[in-house]
Design a protein around this ligand. Structure first.
Ligand SMILES: *Cc1c(COP(=O)(O)O)cnc(C)c1O
Length: 411
């Protein structure tokens, strides 16, 4: 693929997004599969470079392109109605580890967002050797951009990579790549209060293997999409169904890492739940079918009086960064926060229940259904969920003093 390797800071000046040339077309190479990763999305959302209306804000500023003061430009989007659909942005970041056994990632580069080529025998395609991460960037009122604990994502990717027999970028490499990606796609970071730029790092075995083995080559890639609320309910409480048959994770398995295979495995239960009007599925431990684990892509908390409890992470539960942050925020606000086994009986008897995750932030749960019985918590959003949601998002958006030093500011 033709790439435009550019420096984040100079993108606006040297690469106006005015090319009418579709950068997604590749020279045909018989040995390579042109993996159409965003097939559906190309139909749903016009790509930036294909949509003349997106050119306006940029070309309008070309005349004063040399001025030092960079006024905030925004892509032409309906910022008031962002959901969690993919809206592709201008650039992606790509970095390779050509020799998996050596584990060294070469210097990465920004490329125009587009399809990637993979050998049909790539480890990720054949054996699911892949991991993902997810984090968000918020735009502050002063125009600067805040990342939330990106080093934690870097560390988690390293832990996951170890489990999946992959080399992974160093923490500094990861964080630097995230920063470059966000700056290159700056005009896609929503205005304050309208949402965030969701950043999706991937790590995959991109080299060819036939017999089961780790791939010889690895690719680290980051793309980004502006997003609003994750659940269609918006900020309204979600309705969960407790799954009693299918399980998300097993002891000794990979439930504790963000490996790609964990997510298709939950689609069946999730689709069935959605078809019946539920927002998502809550999984139980597979040994006793009695203790809470988590939802398909977020962690769970139950509130009883002044005590907030969440299942301890012991390999079958994904150690969420939002979870970890809410534990600290809850304690700093005077709650007693416990990480332990939490039974389904406690769930049904709770005052409030909420979910946490980068995508869902803090989502209040309105009801849970277990073995056909529905328990509703209360009308509206529970007070504790509300309080923690406010405290966390104020930190993430730069509206509250960052005493823990969790945010990373990009100027
Ligand atoms: C990503 C994820 C979470 C939430 O993790 P955060 O770091 O808070 O975004 C929880 N559970 C699962 C299964 C996940 O994949």
């Amino acid at each position: 693929m033709e790439s435009s390797a550019v420096h984040a800071a100079t993108i606006r000046l040297t690469h106006p997004i005015s090319s009418s040339r579709p950068f997604l077309s590749h020279p045909f190479k018989p040995s390579n599969l042109n993996l159409n990763l965003n097939l559906k999305l190309q139909h749903k959302f016009p790509l930036a470079s294909h949509n003349p209306s997106l050119l306006q804000p940029l070309s309008a500023t070309l005349s004063d392109a040399h001025s030092e003061t960079e006024n905030v430009e925004l892509a032409d989007l309906d910022w008031d109605n962002l959901g969690f659909g993919l809206q592709t942005t201008d650039y992606m970041y790509v970095m390779k580890c050509p020799h998996g056994a050596e584990g060294v990632f070469s210097k990465g580069e920004l490329k125009r967002f587009g399809n990637i080529e993979l050998n049909p025998s790539a480890g990720v395609l054949n054996y699911g050797q892949g991991l993902f991460e997810g984090l968000k960037a918020y735009r502050k009122h002063d125009g600067n951009i805040l990342l939330f604990r990106p080093q934690e994502n870097a560390l988690r990717m390293r832990m996951g990579a170890e489990r999946m027999c992959m080399p992974s970028p160093a923490v500094e490499q990861f964080v630097e790549a995230v920063k470059e990606t966000v700056l290159a796609n700056k005009r896609w970071v929503p205005p304050p209060g309208k949402g965030s730029l969701y950043i999706r790092p991937l790590l995959m075995g991109s080299g060819p293997v036939l017999g089961l083995a780790p791939a010889p080559e690895y690719t680290f890639l980051i793309y980004a999409s502006p997003v609003g609320n994750y659940f269609k309910e918006g900020l309204a409480p979600i309705n969960l169904i407790v799954e009693n048959e299918l399980h998300r994770a097993t002891p000794g398995g990979t439930g504790g890492v963000k490996t790609i295979g964990n997510y298709t495995a939950v689609l069946k239960a999730q689709s069935a739940a959605k078809a019946r009007g539920y927002s998502d599925v809550l999984y139980l431990d597979c040994v006793h079918k009695k203790y809470l684990e988590e939802v398909s892509s977020c962690n769970i908390f139950v509130v009883k009086g002044n005590v907030i409890s969440t299942p301890a992470v012991k390999g079958t539960i994904l150690p969420g960064i939002t979870r970890k942050s809410i534990i600290d925020v809850g304690r700093s606000q005077g709650f007693q926060v416990e990480e332990r086994l939490v039974s389904v009986d406690e769930l049904l008897d709770a005052d409030e229940v909420f979910c946490t995750g980068t995508a869902v932030v803090v989502s209040p749960v309105g009801s849970v259904t277990y073995l056909g019985d529905r328990v509703s918590y209360r009308d509206g959003v529970g007070a504790v969920s509300q309080q923690l949601h406010t405290a966390l998002t104020r930190l993430q958006m730069g509206l509250a003093e960052d005493e823990m030093n969790w945010t990373v500011e990009l100027r």
